[in-house]
Design a protein around this ligand. Structure first.
Ligand SMILES: Cc1cc2nc3c(=O)[nH]c(=O)nc-3n(C[C@H](O)[C@H](O)[C@H](O)COP(=O)(O)OP(=O)(O)OC[C@H]3O[C@@H](n4cnc5c(N)ncnc54)[C@H](O)[C@@H]3O)c2cc1C
Length: 581
């Protein structure tokens, strides 16, 4: 427990070498690495609380979206989009606690495609090519994945990475079926990403390896690191004349405090709150800040770009045997004992996610072998917990649940979530007001690219999943697509392109990988907020280091890239201040 580290600061101890705002995936790594130097003092401020042991149990990951550990953000309503979601608004959850979003995520462990990072470097960000960032991925890891490519993984790092110890027969069927359909088995974090694989998990002995468990718990006794939870930073203190950051203001127990910094403030509050804090502190689009009567210190395109990874929720297939997830098994006491005593058993399942497949659809215009889709195999679906939690995380309406999934509650069914990895459409975020307690406004702007390529890529992915379901490995279990029309699309011929576009516009959800809101880029990039050393343009002693700096979407989920960004940022900061000395 961190309680002894959680007392408010009195003024005599309120000056630090570094202040890190946000203890999420990136911020926890940075606080850890900077406080390795005994001569430096580090303050880590986190608005949320410390989580309990329950968050360590992988299978119940979706439940934490209904607790205080979630910010509970919602996307603004978009015309002709999310038509089958409650109030036509997509849930945009975010972690709020010691460990950030790594406390509530699904623990899918993916670094991304080497070409992703080479593209970052080519965009004018030296130091971020795959060759440059590779060592930071391996530095964090303690990997025990069985079928791994030699030379691509780390051992002895802080972050547990392993196979999920428990697999259903349906996962074996999917992996076999994908191979029968021509997809090679790969270590997607190894030599080649394109292909199928059982999922690799950010877990250790079957339990969640959160940022807190991996990077903070082992070092809480460091005297030079102060961690304060339930401490909400309201703004960064920036001298308007020198444009130098010199501290932060935060609220704890309803009292306002100031903490000062002699070296740097590092903003790691995540892809929504880092841009929010910058704007509240006078760094953002000039007109927007002026409209809200915020004094403009630096005019920058903060929040103007926001990419996300979205998915279609309605790809479900029945089978004729009990090869899928079974809710009753999860509730048995022996399942809990297996988890605690052996790090094994059904509770180690990543909320039902068992395998991944990366492939290039037949509508991709990219000549290179670069995936445009990820398929996430789930050994169940919205029906597995009888509509109790999982479907509510996506805000699927009762009408749609009752029509499509309710009839499956007593059947065996699996699902695939196709994830559009390189969307053409993008949105933005902005402040609602100058009040730090008001949530920002989020605009997804999905499926708005002029050539409608995002929709076409989804439809191509749906056809590929259908092809995989027709292979002998799945036909052995008589896999059949659920053909109940999505209410609102019943007037269209099932399986026509028009039908799928309608279905996509009804039940699309996010997979929570929002990026680019404080985009990294060269000075001549009009969208850039930070440079390749993550320094905010025009402001001294202020960096942003979290998923908000990711310039373009990755062929990955974003937790592992956030750890990598934390590792790299810490090295950049260390090198900077060693040079100064
Ligand atoms: C439901 C869900 C499932 C996901 N599943 C996966 C997955 O399986 N695999 C994967 O790779 N990725 C997954 N992701 C995404 C991934 O977890 C995140 O992208 C990643 O953790 C973000 O890291 P970060 O460091 O950018 O920010 P975060 O981890 O979000 O950390 C930001 C921290 O800053 C704190 N903070 C914010 N504002 C303030 C303030 N004003 N004062 C003080 N503190 C503040 C927040 O409370 C939070 O703790 C998932 C995300 C969600 C929401």
């Amino acid at each position: 427990m961190l309680t002894s580290y959680n007392e408010a600061l009195d003024n005599s101890e309120a000056a630090f070498d570094f202040i890190v705002v946000g203890s999420g995936s990136a911020g926890s790594v940075i606080a850890n690495r900077l406080s390795e130097n005994n001569n430096w003092t580090v303050l880590l401020l986190e608005v949320g609380e410390e989580a309990t042991f329950l968050t360590d149990i992988p299978v119940i990951a979706p439940l934490f979206q209904f607790t205080n550990l979630n910010w509970n953000y919602l996307m603004e309503k978009q015309e002709n989009m999310c038509l089958g979601l409650v109030d036509q608004r997509m849930a945009w959850p975010r972690g709020r606690g010691l460990g950030g979003t790594s406390l509530i995520n699904y623990m899918i462990h993916v670094r991304g495609n080497r070409r992703d990072y080479n593209r970052w470097a080519k965009m004018g960000n030296p130091g971020w090519s795959y060759r440059d960032v590779f060592r930071y991925f391996t530095k964090s890891e303690d990997c025990s994945v069985q079928r791994q490519d030699p030379g691509y993984h780390g051992i002895g790092g802080d972050l547990g990475v392993q196979d999920v110890p428990y697999r259903t027969e349906s996962a074996h069927a999917f992996v076999k079926a994908a191979q029968e359909a021509g997809h090679a088995y790969v270590d997607y974090n190894g030599k080649r990403q394109m292909g199928v694989s059982y999922v690799q998990a950010t877990t250790r002995r079957g339990l969640r390896s959160s940022a807190e468990a991996a990077f903070l718990r082992p070092i809480i006794k460091r005297q030079n690191l102060k961690i304060l939870t339930e401490s909400r930073v309201t703004n960064i203190l920036i001298d308007p004349i020198t444009k130098q950051a010199y501290g932060v203001q935060y609220i704890k127990n309803r009292q306002r405090y100031t903490a000062l910094v002699s070296k740097e403030v590092i903003l790691s509050a995540g892809a929504f709150n880092s841009p929010q804090l910058l704007m509240l502190s006078g760094v953002g689009p000039k007109k927007h800040l002026e409209d809200l009567k915020i004094q403009v210190i630096q005019d920058l395109p903060v929040g103007r770009k926001l990419y996300d990874h979205i998915t279609f929720l309605g790809l479900v297939f029945t089978v004729n045997q009990s090869i899928v997830s079974d809710q009753s098994v999860l509730e048995r006491p022996e399942s809990f004992l297996k988890l605690v005593l052996n790090g094994d058993g059904p509770l180690t399942s990543l909320g039902g996610v068992e395998a991944l497949l990366y492939f290039k659809t037949n509508v991709s215009r990219d000549p290179k072998p670069y995936p445009d889709m990820e398929l996430i195999f789930i050994s169940g679906g919205m029906h597995t917990d009888v509509g109790e939690y999982y479907r509510k995380t996506f805000r699927i309406t009762d009408e749609i649940y009752n029509a499509v999934w309710k009839p499956l509650e007593k059947k065996y069914a699996w699902s695939v979530l196709p994830m559009l990895v390189h969307p053409k459409s993008y949105g933005h975020l902005e402040l609602k007001s100058s009040n730090p307690y008001h949530f920002p406004k989020f605009y997804g702007n999905f499926f708005t690219d002029p050539r409608n390529e995002d929709v076409k890529t989804f439809i191509a992915a749906i056809r590929e999943v259908q092809r995989i379901a027709r292979t002998p490995a799945f036909q052995k279990y008589d896999a059949q697509q659920v053909k109940t029309p999505i209410p609102g699309c019943g007037h269209l011929e099932f399986d026509s392109d028009e039908y799928w576009e309608c279905a996509l516009r009804h039940i699309t959800g996010t997979l929570h990988h929002q990026v680019a809101t404080c985009k990294m880029g060269p000075r001549n990039d009009p969208e850039a907020v930070v440079d390749n050393e993550l320094r905010v343009y025009g402001i001294k002693n202020l960096r942003v280091a979290d998923t908000s700096i990711i310039p373009i979407p990755l062929t990955a989920h974003t937790n592992v890239p956030a750890f990598m960004i934390g590792e790299k940022a810490a090295d950049l900061i260390k090198m900077n201040w060693m040079r100064e000395k």
